[in-house]
Design a protein around this ligand. Sequence first.
Ligand SMILES: NC(=O)c1ccc[n+]([C@@H]2O[C@H](COP(=O)([O-])OP(=O)(O)OC[C@H]3O[C@@H](n4cnc5c(N)ncnc54)[C@H](O)[C@@H]3O)[C@@H](O)[C@H]2O)c1
Ligand SMILES: [Zn+2]
Length: 359
Amino acid sequence: MYQTTVKAQNHSYPVYIGENLRHRTGEYLSKSYSSILIITDETVAPYYLQDVEKSLSQETVFTHVIPAGEQAKSIDTFYQLHTKAIEFGLDRQSLIIALGGGVVGDVAGFAAATFMRGIDFIQMPTTILAHDSSVGGKVAINHEHGKNLIGNFYAPVAVIYDVQTLHTLSDNEIRSGYAELLKEALLADRKLYQSLIMNQLSSLTSQELADKLVRGINIKAGIVEIDERESGIRKCLNLGHTLGHALESILGYGYRTHGELVAIGLLFAFRVSEKTFSMELPYEQLYTWLKSNGYPLNLPYIEPEQILTKMKKDKKTLRSTIQMVLLEDVAKPSLKEISDILLLDYLDDFLEELAQRNQ
Ligand SMILES: NC(=O)c1ccc[n+]([C@@H]2O[C@H](COP(=O)([O-])OP(=O)(O)OC[C@H]3O[C@@H](n4cnc5c(N)ncnc54)[C@H](O)[C@@H]3O)[C@@H](O)[C@H]2O)c1
Ligand SMILES: [Zn+2]
């Protein structure tokens, strides 16, 4: 088992990563709680809920299952979680455990952040992507006008990551989370990046994956520790997301997984970086790896103007000019404002190139 520590503004918290940790959840509680509410979704529940419940047999445990998928990050689910917490009699000495992917982590975390002005919560991620969402202390739900618009910064008291739960993930969810790992490596660790794209996803062992997830978490934790509230360097975590988010919003959530669209966003960030800094990045290597690992790289026709409009709606843009995370080199990120005219030009070229290669 690996253990690492993340420093948040108000406290530090341990991250435990290893196999079968869900059977030993009780051992990782740092204090005793008056009661525990485990929140999970309907896909994860039949696989893992009972294991976690059993591992807490010494405690007073309640469970609540929410629907699976992005739709559950809603004000309705949030309210329902509060209702359940009140009905079960949770108090300020209670604990919420979020067992699931980023959706469960975000909505259960936001419920924990707000129930009685905030109670302890533990993240138990069950997707690869959630290695990212469970660390860094952002919790949120969606508003009909946009994703993650209602939320808070609220760090968990621990992250317990049982990598064995990743075996039941679908291929597209594996690709999705792995794209975030590629992103972290591209931001900070050339060697990790090389090792990530030496592997074929289908032949990755649990041990190899755990090793890479720890390194990804350490990169994210390192960035978040310096800039918890996203006033500077944390923005770099948006690499690949300027286009990724815009595509997600235009194509509709669920059309492709988040990370599959971020992967296309990474390719675009490579191309824009090459043009901005007049140099070459290993674009072909990344493209070939993504293709051979089943990432869908084709897109339906979308007007570049429509993409630009969506990018501008993204709350992470600065004033009205798009700020993109670029790479001066692998592991050397740089924030740049790109004018609309240039961006439209780059989008045009990039979409054309993708279309030609995926005819
Ligand atoms: N808070 C943050 O810093 C942060 C960062 C990145 C992403 N996010 C959020 O995370 C969410 C995406 O997370 P996600 O990709 O984990 O999505 P998710 O939670 O919807 O999980 C994806 C799908 O996999 C299923 N699933 C989960 N674990 C499984 C397992 N072990 N076996 C089989 N199926 C399993 C889920 O039921 C769901 O259908 C988005 O809402 C995004 O906004 C938050
Ligand atoms: Zn992402």
